[in-house]
Design a protein around this ligand. Sequence first.
Ligand SMILES: CC(C)(COP(=O)(O)OP(=O)(O)OC[C@H]1O[C@@H](n2cnc3c(N)ncnc32)[C@H](O)[C@@H]1OP(=O)(O)O)[C@@H](O)C(=O)NCCC(=O)NCCS
Length: 138
Amino acid sequence: MVRVVVRRYAVKADSPAAGWVPVSYPIGAGSVELRWGSRDNILALCRGYTRPRGRPIVGDVWLAPALRGKKNERGVKYSALVFGRMFAKIEALLGAFVLHVHPDNYAAKKLYSRLGLQPTGKTTAKGLEVWTSPLPRQ
Ligand SMILES: CC(C)(COP(=O)(O)OP(=O)(O)OC[C@H]1O[C@@H](n2cnc3c(N)ncnc32)[C@H](O)[C@@H]1OP(=O)(O)O)[C@@H](O)C(=O)NCCC(=O)NCCS
């Protein structure tokens, strides 16, 4: 069985992953990088960035190509398993967040819907869709 242990790091421009998953947003205090895998073999990553105003933003959602579309032995997509944990952790640490996604990125949008995120109907100046995590439950 493959154990999914998500580890938390500070976001740094010289993160070992920054070479192929570049840091996308200004790094606010308390921003987090979540990783699954070992230091030498990162299997999944995403970052939660704090911002001076507005909700935190999640970016740099990345799953190793070998695991894309793949399921574990229980038939659960690795993407849903790993990012379900990562997004819950980011919500717990930073609160409800937004996320920007290219309208043609069907794999990402299907994953986000599966995890309960919702499109707000807004787009950024660059034409990216703005999605949001659920508000904290009362
Ligand atoms: C985004 C990412 C994490 C998704 O993980 P994944 O394992 O590739 O995707 P999944 O297999 O979980 O889900 C993809 C779903 O979208 C569907 N899909 C993919 N391309 C599609 C298309 N062109 N049209 C319709 N559906 C499509 C797949 O059929 C699948 O559906 P299913 O789960 O019901 O079978 C991964 O592809 C990745 O790391 N991509 C590169 C980085 C990236 O784009 N990050 C997101 C930035 S916002």
